[in-house]
Design a protein around this ligand. Sequence first.
Ligand code: NAD
Length: 368
Amino acid sequence: MSMIIGIPKESLPGEARVAMSPDVAMKLGGKGFRLCLESGAGLEAGYHDDDYVAAGVEIVDRATALGSDLVVKVRKPTGEEVASMREGALYIGFLETCDEDDEILQAMFGKRIRPLAMERIPRISRAQSMDALSSQSNIAGYRAAIEAAARYGRFFPLMMTSAGSVKPARVVILGAGVAGLQAIATAKRLGAEVYAYDIRPETREQIESLGAKPIELDLGEEGSGEGGYARELSDEAKARQQQLLADELARAHVIITTALIPCRPAPVLVTESVVKRMREGSVIVDLAAANGGNCPLTEADEVVRRHGVILVGHTNYPSMMAGDASTFYANNIANLLAIMVEKQGDELVLKDLDEDEITHAALVKPTA
Ligand SMILES: NC(=O)c1ccc[n+]([C@@H]2O[C@H](COP(=O)([O-])OP(=O)(O)OC[C@H]3O[C@@H](n4cnc5c(N)ncnc54)[C@H](O)[C@@H]3O)[C@@H](O)[C@H]2O)c1
C-alpha cells in the first residue's frame, strides 16, 4: 500500500496558492506516494486538473482529499477542514499560531491528528530546502519591491534623457532577513539607491554584497538572538532606534519594512512623525502589516494615503505570485517528506518523527 497524500483546495478567501504543483507531484509519485488532489485546487495558481492527471495525480472530491492519511495545505486549516480529516492523520502546513491553546490545534489533538508546522522548521543548513517561511518570504521581498516601484510615481533608476534627467530613488529597507535581502536585490536591479538596516550586525556584509549601503546605529545593545533571528530590544533601545533612524527615513522616497521577531508584535520603526516628514508621493511597503506593522499607520490588506505618503499593507504577496510560490512550497514539502519516510520493500513507512531534529521541531504536540 502506498502512502496517500491529500491536497485540498485552499479555503481562505484570496489565497491563490496550492500545496502541490504538477512537477513536484510527479517526483513524489516516482518515490511511491499516491497523490489525491481536490478538483480545481490548483486553478488559481495556474495549474489545471489535466496538468496534475498528466503527472499521475488522482483528481478527487474535497471529502476524499481531506480524508487522506496525510493532508498537505498551505494555510492554517479551518474547523470544517479538521472535522473532515480522519482520526490519527498526519497534517503538514503552516499553522499560523504561537498559542499552544489555539482552538484549531486543540481540535486536531482531539482527533489524534499529528500536525507538522512549516513555520517551525528550524533555520539550520540541513533544513534549508524545507524552509517554507524562507521560500515564501523570498517571493514577498521581490514582490514588495515591485509593488513599491509601481506605486511610486517617479523613476527608481537614474534617468538621463534629452527631456531632462532624474536622480535615482532613495530606497531604505528595514530588516535584512530573507524578505529584506530579496527586496534589496530587486530594488538594486531596478536602479534605485538602496540603504538597509538590521539590528543583527552580521547582516552588514550581506547588505554590502548586494550593492546596498548599510545604515549603522549605535543602540548600546546587541540585536542577534537564537537561530538566525533577532532578539527583542529593551524599551530604551527601541526608543533610541526610532530616534536615530528618523533622519535617514525622512529622506527616503521608498521604505520597505520587513523587521520581525517570531511570535512578537512587529517593532515600530517608522513613526507617524517620520511619515509626516517624508516627501509627498513617497511609498512605504510594510511587510509586517499582518503583525501590527513596522509603521503604526499601515492598515492590513489596504493601501492608504496618510500625510501624502502611500502606505501599502498587503499581507499575502506570495499569493500574488501563486504559480512559483506553490512550486517552491511543494518542493519544501517534498524535501520534508523525504526525511519522514523510508522504503521497506515496496512500501513507504513513516519514521519516528522525534528521531530527526527537523521533524521533531516541526511536530506540534499537546502540552502535558
Ligand atoms: N506581507 C506578506 O505577504 C509577507 C510574506 C512573507 C513574509 N512577510 C513578513 O515579512 C517579514 C520578514 O520575514 P522574513 O522571513 O524575511 O524574516 P527574517 O526573520 O528572515 O527577517 C526579519 C529581519 O528583521 C530583523 N529585525 C528584527 N527586529 C528588528 C528591528 N527592531 N530593527 C531592524 N531589524 C530588525 C531581524 O534581525 C531579521 O533580519 C515578517 O514580518 C514576515 O511576517 C510578509
